[in-house]
Design a protein around this ligand. Structure first.
Ligand code: GRF
Length: 198
């Protein structure tokens, strides 16, 4: 079976992008696209011999024009699935229509708890005993799409935002490639908002 071609959208550090590249099984990351010039994510992609493109949102008249350029770039690399990995923009209808049912995201909390920014800080401040991370399909709202995989970590008494984030990040790097591998093997089926793993 041909390997699934995956495009990654990333804005910053790019550690999940790197995990998706180095832990790929049954898929291949064909390109990284970033809305930020000079992001570490683009550097990491290049270091792994992966195409790396900066598309500047400021160069477009609005979100639709910008997303059209992003979707065209991804399609140009043959991407069949799009993974958001620390992509700091809400994905709009242009990308979601062009890649319908084919956009995934990773979030650093156990959704539906603590959506949005700083999921780790929110968990710490709320006082939960466990948190973790979630890989889900993207549906146009903030962190609300059907859940594919989650991993749980304990919140320890002396945790800081940084120590908790590190513990969660190790799990992100494990479950994101695993979820993409499941998708690549066509083992995910949507029933309502439940994702069955076959
Ligand atoms: C991760 O914590 C991810 O869950 C969140 O943004 C962070 C990105 O980190 N969406 P990195 O750029 O993948 O290192």
């Amino acid at each position: 079976m041909a390997e699934l071609k995956v495009g990654v959208l990333a804005s910053g550090r790019g550690s999940n992008l790197e995990a998706l590249i180095t832990r790929a099984r049954g898929y291949r990351v064909v390109a990284a696209v970033s809305d930020r010039a000079g992001s570490l994510a683009l550097e990491r992609a290049k270091n792994h011999g992966c195409a790396a493109v900066h598309i500047d949102p400021a160069a477009f008249s609005g979100r639709e024009a910008y997303e059209t350029a992003v979707a065209d770039a991804l399609a140009g690399f043959g991407a069949e699935l799009v993974c958001l990995a620390g992509y700091m923009r809400l994905v709009g209808k242009v990308l979601l229509e062009r890649f319908s049912g084919r956009v995934l995201n990773i979030h650093p909390a156990l959704l539906p708890a603590f959506p949005g920014l700083h999921g780790q800080r929110q968990a710490l401040e709320y006082g939960v005993r466990f948190s973790g991370c979630t890989v889900h399909f993207v549906d146009g709202d903030m962190d609300t799409g059907p859940i594919i995989l989650q991993a749980v970590v304990p919140v320890l008494g002396d945790d800081t935002e940084e120590t908790l984030s590190d513990r969660i990040l190790a799990q992100e790097h494990r479950i994101y490639p695993e979820a993409v591998a499941l998708y690549a093997q066509a083992r995910l089926t949507l029933e309502g908002r439940r994702v069955r793993i076959g």
